[in-house]
Design a protein around this ligand. Structure first.
Ligand code: NAG
Length: 512
């Protein structure tokens, strides 16, 4: 499985690739001075196999790298695809490693569905070890990893989401009480704060939420700040950021080990008060009967937090950006809430529950469309351990050689006009019955939660918490975006709106 962490980390991989491209320019410039002959890596064609994908030669590669830096990846990839088609290879650092890009659902099957032995993340996630500890994810053996995947499923399954909902709703209600009757807020900041509170309460437990939130938050920030481009290539370089990351990791271990010990000793297992993800992880058992160790619980918790926090806050924020700049969809969502939760008791006191959240299909499509335009993980990377053949939608076959790094360009896939009509337009109705554009070109058309063996286990949990937040906002406030529609900041781990997103609100007047 991709640990839930591959959420953030894969986004960083994308940045790393962009940086490597830029680095390549420098290297190539130096090389060009010495050797100005044409590309000597002529394409080997294994007997009986389709040819290797076209290669971005030096000048094109440099141009591509500059375009990524200047115009963002979407524009750069679109131009590149127009020239070379939906499968092409970039040779980085003078051939030191080769990245093959797969654009579109037609060529993505092996990437997502191929056997683990043929194509897998390899050591791409090594850099998460100093953040999460050596007890989880790709740092452990296959059997343990299988067990951990089961633990994740267990805390993210429907019954666990249902059990988490009262705490989730309580956090949301308490948070928005602070807003008062009317005002203007930095929506980005507000949603990030709220998600930290929800995630802390539902995952880390009441102890941390109530007594140590300030410290834990700072420690998490140090872990994140230790995740720069350089950390992906050299996770243990003795930099100040890495030192802070490592001591934050040690301190988090101390804090959680203590909480876990006190829970184990208190014997309050299974009571309502302790029915959070932390408790369910503590209760987990490996297949061989072994109880999960304290440090393992810490690693599992950190992974869940990293996977859930930025991805959900970015999606909550992007949903807002699009809803508030498309009044017709905003109105449709408000109407849906009013229909589902009749206002005769005074809307503030409505109890929503899991089932009613499942019925919010208009809101669901609006969140999903924000996820299409802004996949929190814009691309994923794997290592090809065996050659494999893909066929483009034009019918051209290519064999991707063994040893290549392979990148699925999720962001690009979500903007292909033969899959999504007017792909740059925010149009939630495209997912509705009758159109279902995410299914027409097959199951690999919508990849915001990845697909296949490595798909995100937190999908239902994420949708639930995002819809709980938006349901509350829609029922209780008239909202208006005061900032212009923001562009995309590609420099963050999960792509976010550029600058501040100022939103004004006014408490809704309820008419019976
Ligand atoms: C973009 O993100 C980076 C990294 O978080 C941040 O330093 C920068 O201020 C952001 N730029 C804008 C315009 O939001």
């Amino acid at each position: 499985m991709d640990p839930p962490t591959s959420g953030g980390s894969a986004a960083v991989m994308w940045l790393a690739a962009a940086a490597a491209l830029l680095l390549t320019i420098a290297v190539l410039k130096a090389l060009r001075k010495r050797d100005d002959t044409s590309n000597k890596h002529a394409q080997g064609k294994p007997a009986g196999m389709a040819p290797a994908p076209p290669v971005l030669h030096r000048v094109a590669l440099a141009r591509f790298a500059l375009a990524v830096a200047r115009n963002g990846p979407l524009e750069a990839f679109r131009k590149q695809q127009a020239k070379l088609g939906s499968v092409f290879t970039a040779r980085l650092l003078g051939g030191l490693f080769e990245v093959t890009f797969l654009v579109g659902p037609e060529v993505s099957h092996h990437f997502y569905m191929g056997p683990e032995s043929d194509i897998n993340p390899g050591n791409i996630y090594d850099f998460t070890v100093p953040m999460l500890g050596p007890e989880v994810g790709y740092a452990v053996d296959l059997a343990t990893r299988g067990d951990q995947k089961r633990f994740y499923w267990d805390v993210l399954k429907t019954s666990s989401i249902k059990a988490s909902m009262p705490a989730m709703i309580e956090e949301v209600e308490a948070y928005f009480l602070r807003w008062g009757e009317e005002g203007t807020v930095d929506f980005k900041h507000e949603m990030e704060e709220l998600l930290i509170l929800i995630v802390s309460r539902c995952l880390l437990g009441r102890e941390v939420r109530e007594r140590m939130l300030g410290e834990v938050r700072t420690l998490f920030r140090h872990l994140e700040d230790g995740l720069g481009l350089i950390s992906i290539l050299f996770p243990n370089l003795p930099t100040a950021a890495h030192r802070r990351r490592d001591s934050a990791h040690m301190r988090l271990r101390e804090i959680f080990t203590e909480v876990i010990k006190s829970r184990r000793n208190s014997g309050r297992v299974g009571s309502d008060e302790t029915d959070d993800v932390l408790q369910r992880l503590i209760n987990s058992k490996h297949r061989d009967g072994r109880s999960v160790s304290d440090v393992e619980v810490v690693g599992l918790l950190l992974s869940l937090v990293f996977a859930g926090k930025h991805t959900s806050s970015s999606t909550t924020i992007w949903t807002g950006v699009h809803l508030l700049s498309n009044p017709n969809y905003l109105t449709a969502c408000v109407n849906e809430q009013d229909l589902l939760l009749p206002t005769h008791n005074g809307a503030n006191h409505h109890q929503i529950d899991y089932d009613v959240v499942q019925k919010m299909s208009t809101l669901h499509c609006c969140v999903k469309e924000a996820l299409r335009l802004h996949p929190p993980v814009p691309s994923l990377v794997r290592q090809a351990h065996k050659p494999f053949t893909v066929q483009t939608k034009e019918g051209i076959e290519y064999t991707v050689p063994k040893g290549h790094t392979v990148m699925s360009t999720i962001l690009m896939n979500h903007h292909l006009p033969h899959v999504y009509k007017d792909p740059y337009i925010y149009d939630p109705l495209r997912f509705m019955a009758g159109r279902e554009e995410d299914k027409v070109a097959g199951p690999l058309s919508f990849l915001s939660f990845s697909a296949g063996r490595h798909s995100c286990m937190g999908e239902a949990f994420a949708y639930t918490q995002i819809k709980v937040i938006w349901s509350y906002l829609l029922r209780n406030f008239d909202l208006k975006m005061e900032s212009p529609v923001p562009g995309i900041n590609w420099s963050t781990v999960v792509p976010m709106p550029k600058g501040k997103v100022m939103v004004s609100y006014r408490k809704r007047q309820l008419i019976d």
